[in-house]
Design a protein around this ligand. Structure first.
Ligand code: SAM
Length: 371
């Protein structure tokens, strides 16, 4: 099977988690960069990475990287890529991308140049003058950072956070890839209870249950590269491998929310995700959090508050968390929040903090594990 270079963009702060996931799939040639992880593997990794990666946003085939200080540099760099290896005579190849701190800063112009360069290359290969673009879609992506151009084909289609279980949502749901990253940082132990006492639509609980049961997050969705001209067996094999890897270990994953609608949504989403038998949820105020299990892990995404009044309410919740959580000696707590006053309101300095971005909101992941 041919070798490919794959690039997996991810949220800032979770690169090492993505690298670990890739290594766990058996790929060792892994390079961690800011906001992306790159690895080299055979083509079957396109299917395995899409199906298995929990913390990455997408899987891209990296076709070229070069410096470009002019449109001519960009045109020649793109034209030199062996496009016919991927794109057939009838296939569609739309182009999108971004440019930052570079001489070539006009994205529409770069887009047009890249498209023209691909067309010129394929014209020479296929001896045609017009491309119908009615076949499979190959989304070309480019990035230009400090004059360095990267050219990719997207293999995922919809972002990997779209696991297919969350059709309904409450306000401020956490992205599935971020929820999975938080659970990975906190570590899931089959012999410890796992709880989110402010579970909203249940994203953290569902990601934890998927991890606990070793269910690949992409097992039940499709990917753009399934229409590529690749051996179809790579998808069948990867799905069979993922199905066989699911365990049925008894695990305890439960949640609460003050809002009954959120509780119902959690249960509905858990069912859709195939972990309805694992997750329990009920209506409860955080103030009444008193788990009966001696040992457990809490991972939670409390309300942040945006307006002044809401900020005050959010701060009250941080205080309540401190007073109820810190009494529970066998439990560990992991809380994401953008508040600079979080630790003083919670009443204890975190054992460890890690910067994570919840969308555009810069947060800290406060970790309390020395108990
Ligand atoms: C930011 S949302 C959590 C979103 C969730 N991580 C998700 O992905 O859907 C915060 C949740 O805390 C709940 N909440 C607020 N105050 C609470 C309290 N005192 N006790 C329990 N839940 C509370 C809200 O109803 C809301 O669903």
């Amino acid at each position: 099977m041919d070798k490919v270079t794959l690039a997996c963009p991810c949220l800032f702060g979770v690169e090492s988690l993505v690298a670990d996931e890739i290594k766990a799939l058996g790929y060792n040639d892994v390079e961690t960069q800011n906001g992306r992880v790159i690895f080299h593997a055979d083509e079957s990794a396109i299917a395995r990475a899409n199906i298995w990666l929990r913390c990455a946003e997408r899987v891209l085939i990296m076709l070229g990287e070069f410096e470009a200080h002019s449109f001519e540099d960009l045109f020649q760099g793109v034209k030199a890529i062996p496009w016919e290896k991927w794109i057939g005579r009838d296939d569609a190849f739309p182009v999108k991308g971004w440019s930052l701190n570079s001489k070539l800063h006009s994205v529409p112009d770069c887009q047009a140049i890249i498209k023209k360069a691909i067309v010129e290359h394929l014209k020479e290969k296929y001896h045609v003058t017009w491309f119908k673009e009615t076949g499979a879609k190959f989304q070309i992506q480019f990035s230009i950072l400090k004059d360095k151009v990267s050219i990719y084909i997207d293999t995922s289609g919809e972002g990997l956070h779209k696991r297919g279980y969350r059709r309904n949502s409450i306000e401020a749901p956490l992205k599935e890839t971020l929820a999975a990253s938080m659970v990975k940082i906190a570590r899931f132990y089959a012999d410890r209870a796992f709880c989110d006492p402010m579970c909203g639509s249940g994203t953290i609980l569902i990601e934890a249950a998927l991890i606990g049961r070793n269910i690949a997050p992409g097992l039940n969705r499709s990917f753009a590269a399934e229409n590529f001209h690749l051996d179809k067996s790579i998808w069948k094999d990867a799905r069979e491998e993922a199905s066989a890897a699911i365990n049925s270990e008894p695990i305890e994953v439960f949640g609460y929310d003050i809002d009954q609608k959120a509780v119902e949504l959690t249960l509905e989403n858990a069912k859709k995700a195939g972990v309805g038998d694992v997750i329990t949820a009920s209506r409860q105020d955080l103030r009444d959090f008193a788990p009966t299990q001696e040992h457990g892990t809490v991972v939670t995404n409390p309300p942040y508050g945006e307006r002044l009044l809401d900020i005050k309410a959010a701060e009250e919740i941080y205080k309540t968390m401190g007073s109820v959580f810190l009494k529970l000696k066998g439990w560990r707590f992991y809380i994401i929040s953008p508040s600079e006053n979080f630790e003083s309101l919670f009443g204890k300095r975190a054992d460890k903090k890690r910067k994570l971005y919840n969308g555009m909101i810069k947060c800290e992941f406060f970790q309390y594990f020395r108990r």
